[in-house]
Design a protein around this ligand. Structure first.
Ligand SMILES: NC(=O)c1ccc[n+]([C@@H]2O[C@H](COP(=O)([O-])OP(=O)(O)OC[C@H]3O[C@@H](n4cnc5c(N)ncnc54)[C@H](OP(=O)(O)O)[C@@H]3O)[C@@H](O)[C@H]2O)c1
Length: 326
C-alpha cells in the first residue's frame, strides 16, 4: 500500500502528540518537520526521528517529499499556514479550531476546492473508535430519538496573560480552544441548533474564561454544553434518547462508552487507543488520499464552516473580537 508522507508544521505540544500518534501507523511516514527556528526543528526531528528538519514553514510547504501537512500552530495562524500549504500543492490537516472565524474558514475551503486538494479540521474525537460505535448505535436507533445532550470541556489552569489560552493575540479563550469539542459532538448527533442561549465570563485579558451554552432544536431536543480554562469539571458527555442513554467519560479522547437501555440493562464497551487517539484521524486521511478524496464525510468542510459561524455568532453576543479580526 502506498505510504502517505507526512510533514508537521510547528513543534509545540500538540505537534508532539500528533507525531506520537503517527508512529503506530504502518502506512504513514513522518518525513519532515517545519519550525520558525532551526533549533526547534532539529530538537523535534531528533525526538521523533524525522529525517528532514526545515527552519521555516515555507521550506516545509515546498518540500517535494511531503504529501500532506499537519498544522499545529495557535488558531490565529491557521488561515495563513493553511493558505501557504495549499498554495504549495500540499494536502492539509489543520488543528481545531479550524480558523479564528467563518470568514477565514470559507477562504481556505474555497482555495482547497479550487486546487483539488484535501483539507480537514483535525477534530480527532470524531475518528475515535468509540465515536464510530456511537454513530452506529444512533443510526440503528439503539437509544431511540436523541432528546438531550450534556457535554463539558472545562479545566482549571493558572492564569498567565501571555499564554495562548489567555492571550487574545493567540486566540485565547475557552470557546474556540475547547468549546468546539462539545459543540462538534452535539452537531454530529443533532445537527445545527435553531436557538442558542449563552452565559459567559470574560477574564482580565478580555477572553472567555468560562461559558455555558444552551442549544435548542425545533423537534424539542436540547443540548447543555460548557467550556472553561479556569474551572474544572469532569469531561463527560451524556447522550439521552427516548429508550436509553450513552455515557462517555473523557469524551474528547474517549476509550469507553456505557450504554444504558430503558429497563436497566447497562453495558460498558472498551475501545483502547492504539497509541494516544490522534492516530485515527491520520489513518482516515491515508484512506481518503488513497481513494482520491478531497474531503472527509466524518468531518465535512461545510460543517466546519457552519460550526465556525456558530461560534462567531456566540462571540458576537459576548462582544469578543480578536485583534486579528479588527
Ligand atoms: N487536538 C488536541 O487535542 C489539541 C490539544 C492542544 C491544542 N490543540 C490546538 O493546537 C494548536 C496549538 O496548541 P499547542 O497547545 O500545541 O500550542 P503550543 O504548545 O504553544 O505550540 C504552538 C506552536 O506553534 C508555533 N507557533 C507559530 N507561531 C506562533 C506564535 N506566534 N506563538 C506561539 N507559537 C507559535 C510554534 O512552533 P515553532 O516554534 O516550531 O514554529 C509553537 O511551538 C491550537 O490551535 C490548539 O487549539 C489541539
Amino acid at each position: 500500500m502506498q505510504k502517505i508522507r507526512w510533514g508537521i508544521l510547528s513543534t509545540g505540544f500538540i505537534a508532539g502528540q500528533f507525531a506520537r500518534g503517527l508512529s503506530v501507523i504502518a502506512d504513514a511516514e513522518l518525513v519532515a518537520v517545519g519550525s520558525r527556528t532551526q533549533a526547534s526543528a532539529d530538537a523535534f526531528g531528533a525526538e521523533f526521528n524525522i529525517p528532514k528538519r526545515h527552519a521555516s514553514y515555507e521550506a516545509l510547504a515546498h518540500d517535494p517529499e511531503v504529501d500532506v501537512i499537519y498544522i499545529g500552530t495557535p488558531h490565529p495562524m491557521h488561515h495563513e499556514n493553511i493558505t501557504l500549504c495549499l498554495n504549495a500543492g500540499k494536502h492539509v490537516l489543520c488543528e481545531k479550531p479550524f480558523t479564528i472565524n467563518a470568514h477565514q474558514a470559507r477562504e481556505v475551503v474555497a482555495l482547497a476546492r479550487e486546487k483539488n486538494l484535501f483539507l480537514m479540521e483535525a477534530m480527532w474525537t470524531r475518528f475515535l473508535p468509540v465515536m464510530a460505535q456511537v454513530r452506529a448505535w444512533l443510526a440503528e436507533g439503539k437509544i431511540g430519538a436523541v432528546q438531550m445532550i450534556k457535554a463539558d470541556f472545562c479545566f482549571r489552569t493558572d492564569f498567565d496573560a501571555q499564554h495562548r489560552l489567555f492571550n487574545p493575540d493567540l486566540g485565547g479563550g475557552a470557546l474556540l480552544d475547547v468549546g468546539i469539542y462539545p459543540i462538534s459532538l452535539t452537531a454530529m448527533i443533532l445537527g445545527l441548533p435553531q436557538t442558542i442561549q449563552s452565559h459567559v465570563h470574560l477574564g482580565a485579558t478580555g477572553v472567555d474564561e468560562q461559558n455555558a451554552l444552551l442549544f435548542g432544536y425545533s423537534n424539542g431536543a436540547a443540548a447543555l454544553l460548557s467550556s472553561a480554562v479556569r474551572t474544572q469539571l469532569p469531561y463527560d458527555a451524556l447522550i439521552v434518547g427516548e429508550n436509553g442513554h450513552l455515557y462517555i467519560p473523557d469524551f474528547f479522547k474517549a476509550e469507553r462508552v456505557t450504554l444504558t437501555l430503558a429497563g436497566g440493562n447497562v453495558q460498558t464497551f472498551e475501545f483502547p487507543h492504539k497509541k494516544n487517539g490522534y492516530e485515527y484521524q491520520a489513518i482516515a486521511i491515508g484512506d481518503y488520499l488513497r481513494a482520491g478524496k478531497q474531503e472527509s464525510d466524518i468531518m465535512p468542510l461545510d460543517e466546519t464552516i457552519a460550526l465556525m459561524q456558530l461560534m462567531d455568532s456566540i462571540r458576537a453576543e459576548w462582544g469578543l473580537v480578536y485583534p486579528v479580526e479588527k
